[in-house]
Write a protein that binds this ligand. Structure first.
Ligand SMILES: *Cc1c(COP(=O)(O)O)cnc(C)c1O
Length: 372
């Protein structure tokens, strides 16, 4: 990456925190950080004003924002976000996995929400600036990483609803995270949700839009009431076609050994186009596992699982990488996937992907961006 401080004509103003954590405090926090609970010393902020474009890029101490109570984002949910990770590779360098794909998706989400695009180099430069100052927060333990959360909110003040905001705030915050599976990889039980839908044609399902999550919590609570870990979203029209699991994309394994093949639902516009999903579409064939992007109905899911034709199911996303699904429940009863334990294809893909991201496997696809 370039090392001068200007990007897209912007220079980052660096305001260092006066009360950074000491190395001892940081080491203590990195012991068992959980997920999204601990934050680094600094954050990036960049402002946008219609007519002026992006301006006032800053690295500043991590801390609360002062917002007018009539700020647009608080009323009309004009907010988008991204999620990616920085890893410490065995040689000590700091890298990220396909950050340009996150930058591109951020701008597709922005477009859907009538928000301004952020130049992609500014997106990656903000990560670089944060890592330059908070790089010591990237853990070096296996399966640990620094979760990066870029986001953008509408900052116009006023309650008018006839047009999108004319000013925005982009921010980047970072949170060291441990392994999602501290006690080993545990398969999840999922609930097929017919009472609620996540996304409808023409809606916002393909955007990483905060409101999609607000709309999902009730269904997730219902899944938990039914004794499940996660909700599975079905299509809005027929409640029959499988779309996603919570905030992750789904994969189905048919057959085993030499004959194993993979299926994932196609991107119809109501699914979030996961970068992990996209990476597996390339990685699985590299490993001799054919993939197809084809719809799966809940009837086929049950039939194939019960006949043994479907051998494994897993979900994928940045936070948990690959999560096996062991059991499925719905109004019509439940069924197991295989013996309910994580299967060999699931675990193989998980190891490959983690190996690539953490620099233990060669980067054959140019997916790694090295920051330091
Ligand atoms: C972020 C997200 C995913 C996974 O995307 P990745 O880029 O793989 O992390 C899947 N589904 C939803 C709804 C998401 O918000």
């Amino acid at each position: 990456m370039n090392n001068d401080a200007t990007t897209s004509g912007l220079t980052f103003d660096i305001q260092l925190s006066a009360d950074r954590k000491t190395p001892e405090e940081r080491a203590q926090l990195l012991e068992n950080p959980g997920f999204g609970q601990v934050f680094t010393d600094h954050m990036v902020t960049i402002r946008y004003t219609e007519g002026q474009g992006w301006h006032d890029a800053k690295l500043e101490p991590y801390g609360p924002l002062a917002l007018d109570p009539a700020t647009a984002a608080l009323h009309y949910a004009q907010e988008i976000f991204e999620g990616l990770k920085a890893y410490r590779h065995p040689d000590g360098s700091l890298s990220s996995f396909r950050p340009e794909a996150n930058a591109a998706r951020f701008n597709r989400s922005a477009e859907r929400m009538a928000m301004p695009a952020l130049p992609e180099d500014l997106f990656t430069r903000s990560i670089e600036v944060l890592l330059e100052h908070d790089g010591d927060w990237v853990p070096d333990k296996e399966y640990f990483s620094l979760y990066l959360r870029p986001f953008m909110i509408a900052t116009d003040v006023g309650l008018g609803v006839n047009h999108p905001s004319r000013s925005y705030l982009f921010m980047l915050i970072a949170s060291p995270v441990g392994s999602y599976f501290s006690g080993g990889v545990q398969p999840v039980t999922v609930w097929l949700s017919k009472d609620f839908t996540r996304a409808a044609p023409g809606g916002t399902g393909a955007a990483k839009f905060a409101g999609n999550y607000a709309a999902s919590f009730l269904a997730q609570s219902q899944a938990v009431e039914k004794g499940c870990d996660q909700v599975v979203w079905l299509d809005a029209h027929e409640h029959r076609w499988v779309e996603e699991m919570g905030g992750m994309n789904l994969w189905f394994v048919f057959g085993s050994g030499e004959n194993a093949k993979l299926r994932t639902p196609p991107l119809t516009g109501t699914l979030l186009p996961g970068i992990t999903r996209d990476s597996l579409l390339t990685l699985a064939p590299d490993l001799g596992l054919p993939v197809e992007e084809e719809p799966l109905s809940i009837d086929e899911w049950r039939r194939a699982a019960e006949s043994g034709e479907m051998t494994e199911v897993f979900a994928c996303g940045t936070a948990a990488v690959v999560t096996p699904v062991g059991f499925v429940k719905s109004d019509e009863g439940g069924f197991a996937i295989g013996d309910g334990e994580p299967g060999p294809v699931t675990m193989r893909l998980r190891e490959e992907l983690v190996g690539l991201q953490t620099g233990k496997r060669p980067d054959e696809h140019g997916w790694i961006t090295r920051f330091q």
